[in-house]
Design a protein around this ligand. Structure first.
Ligand SMILES: N[C@H](CCC[C@H](N)C(=O)O)C(=O)O
Length: 255
């Protein structure tokens, strides 16, 4: 059976997007991993199905490249622009994810994704940790460009401390009081991705503990995003992940 797909990328985090409102594409993780393989398949960090939802605009079903599932911030931004392209939504939406209901707004093609309120990231001797729909180990470094992202990221991701589910690992360089540079080793991709939306958001919230203030502009290897938030005594509210999400090409696959 031939299935059409669209390739999207959000600051270099790239996804196979399928309009699955007719439920033709199976939730088959072996097939998904094969399609995400950059040598034998289409190639992507993940695959996203847009499916119907009984009360919300759509259900975003996200799979990492290895078929595992978690919340994807950049994938959510791409799903919103894809849903707009399909005519499922106009410029505002409330949709479902593995982490529950999320809202977003599209302004001049830029997606403003509202993230859930968060507590302060847990602080350890050499890192922070926050699970904002996906788990994030956050390390502040002098120079992110030279950080051993894959080597050290994989070591932490597979360490005993994070068994059995693992974690994403973020390396954060503070540029100034309103800007950071973030690189991420992503669980489920098992490599560095050009950006990680939930990781960037978690890293910005940890940066607030180091005196940075909203809005925080973020450099990633795949492009620039912005994270906005309000601090209250116990944590953060009105958190937004803001950035582009572009359609790259359309294709079809036989499954
Ligand atoms: N790899 C992550 C999920 C995707 C996160 C990332 N692509 C994002 O934009 O948030 C995990 O398994 O926790």
């Amino acid at each position: 059976m031939s299935i059409s797909f669209y390739k999207y990328q959000g600051t270099g985090n790239d996804f196979i997007m399928i309009n699955n409102r007719e439920s033709v594409f199976p939730h088959d993780v072996q097939l998904i991993a094969r399609l995400c393989n950059r040598r034998t398949g289409i190639g992507a960090d993940g695959l996203i199905l847009i499916e119907n939802h009984p009360s919300l605009d759509f259900d975003m079903v996200y799979f990492n490249a290895d078929g595992s599932q978690s919340l994807c911030g950049n994938g959510s931004r791409c799903a919103v622009n894809f849903a707009k392209f399909l005519g499922v939504i106009q410029d505002t939406t409330e949709f479902n994810t593995i982490d529950g209901q999320y809202a977003a707004e599209v302004k001049d093609g830029i997606v403003h994704l509202s993230m859930k309120d968060q507590v302060l990231p847990e602080q350890f001797e050499d890192h922070y940790f926050l699970n904002n729909g996906s788990p994030h180990h956050i390390i502040f470094v002098e120079k992110a460009e030279t950080a051993p992202v894959v080597k050290q990221g994989a070591t932490i991701r597979y360490s005993q401390a994070y068994q059995p589910n693992g974690t994403n690992v973020n390396f954060v360089e503070i540029i100034n009081q309103h800007e950071v540079f973030v690189r991420t080793y992503e669980r489920g991709v098992e490599d560095e991705t050009l950006s990680c939306g939930t990781g960037i958001t978690a890293s910005c919230l940890a940066s607030a503990d180091k005196g940075l203030m909203s809005p925080i502009d973020v450099q990633s290897k795949g492009g620039r995003l912005q994270v906005q938030f309000e601090r209250n005594n116990g944590g953060f509210t009105n958190i937004k992940l803001i950035g582009p999400a572009e359609q790259v090409f359309e294709g079809s696959i036989n499954i």
